[in-house]
Write a protein that binds this ligand. Structure first.
Ligand code: ADP
Ligand code: MG
Length: 325
């Protein structure tokens, strides 16, 4: 199975940032309210993620790292309406097949935890291990056994930058969760938990004061959907292709259909060709979105993409037109 997992790893795990993404998503799916991330060498040497979520029972540790074993969906019907960030059961086995991997976990009701180590896909035994309620996943020496992939890793700074970009994306979607990051033994970032609503504090930290000062707040429901968030007005003068955050049912995605609707509304009202900066959350019935499009889950497919396009376009067109009136 190791070879199959390594091949799957090629699709799920491109670099340290993709490992961080998958592990942090698992922590969130487990209900974590606080996530501690320790990195060394831009994550190439070490990624250690500890959460205070629901944990894994000792007898389930081997299952958690087996291929296509997911505790999150039980049937094909569940796949029609995925409510968790993960659902494919591929991340842990993939990561474990290309690293020195350690999983330690304790359920809140258990009196001790357990540990499972895997090196390059070879499983050890489950052994008792002290751990607070929650889970720690440790990934050392990413791609140590796949030199062809290791070669594509970039300098520490670059890999760290990708991790920070991803965490910023996540921090905007989950203001209720505290995230602490340390790099090479030094604290490097802390997102304080702030409750369920994205505050201007977090928005400011993520996109800067300029953005907050010029952003228009949007919140509109209709046609079974809701679009809320912020879009920058033309006074915000920054090349902003990197400041376009779109979340569909809480999941950060790239979607050309929605991106097009935003840009179209923007240029129709403001006669402005520039790419607007935005943080937008689109919510709709999960049965209206297919999230199982790509292993890395960066994309979604809308059942009724025309309807979604129109809704986003109309909502933003009206909001932006208001500011002109
Ligand atoms: P998926 O997230 O698609 O289910 P993963 O390979 O990422 O697949 O994880 C496999 C399983 O391991 C999950 O379904 C979950 O049951 C368990 N798991 C992984 N990480 C955690 C965590 N941090 N806390 C609790 N359970 C976890
Ligand atoms: Mg997962």
């Amino acid at each position: 199975d190791t070879l199959i997992n390594q091949i799957a790893a090629g699709e799920v795990v491109e670099r340290p940032a993709s490992v961080v993404k998958e592990l942090v998503e698992n922590a969130l799916d487990a209900g974590a309210k606080r996530i501690d991330i320790d990195l060394e060498d831009g994550g190439i040497r070490l990624i250690r993620i500890r959460d205070d979520g629901g944990g894994i029972a000792p007898e389930e540790l081997p299952l958690a790292v087996s291929r296509h074993a997911t505790s999150k969906i039980a049937s094909i019907d569940d796949l029609e309406a995925v409510a968790t960030l993960g659902f494919r059961g591929e991340a842990l086995p993939s990561v474990a097949s290309v690293s020195r991997f350690r999983l330690v976990s304790r359920r809140p009701d258990a009196d001790h935890g357990a540990e499972l180590r895997i090196e390059g896909g070879r499983h050890g035994e489950v052994v008792p291990q002290a751990h607070p309620p929650g889970t720690t996943v440790e990934v050392r020496d990413l791609f140590f056994n796949v030199p062809a992939r290791r070669k594509f890793l970039r300098a520490e700074r670059t890999e760290l930058g990708h991790i920070e970009d991803w965490l910023r994306t996540l921090a905007l979607a989950r203001p209720d969760v505290e995230i602490r990051v340390s790099h090479n033994g030094k604290p490097s970032r802390r997102w304080k938990g702030e409750g369920n609503l994205l505050s201007e504090v977090r928005l400011h930290e993520a996109l800067g004061e300029e953005f907050v000062r010029n952003a228009l707040r949007v919140d509109h429901a209709g046609a079974g959907m809701r679009l809320h968030g912020w879009i920058a007005q033309p006074a915000y003068n920054r090349a902003s292709a990197d400041q376009q955050y779109l979340y569909v049912n809480g999941r950060s995605v790239r979607d050309r259909n929605v991106a097009h609707a935003v840009r179209q509304a923007y240029s129709d009202v403001l006669f402005h060709g520039r790419h607007p900066a935005y943080v937008l959350f689109l919510e709709l019935d999960p049965r209206g979105v297919d999230v199982n499009v790509h292993p890395a889950k960066h994309e979604v497919r809308f059942r009724e993409s025309r309807l979604v396009h129109d809704f986003v376009y109309r909502t933003l067109h009206a909001a932006l037109a208001d500011t002109r009136a």
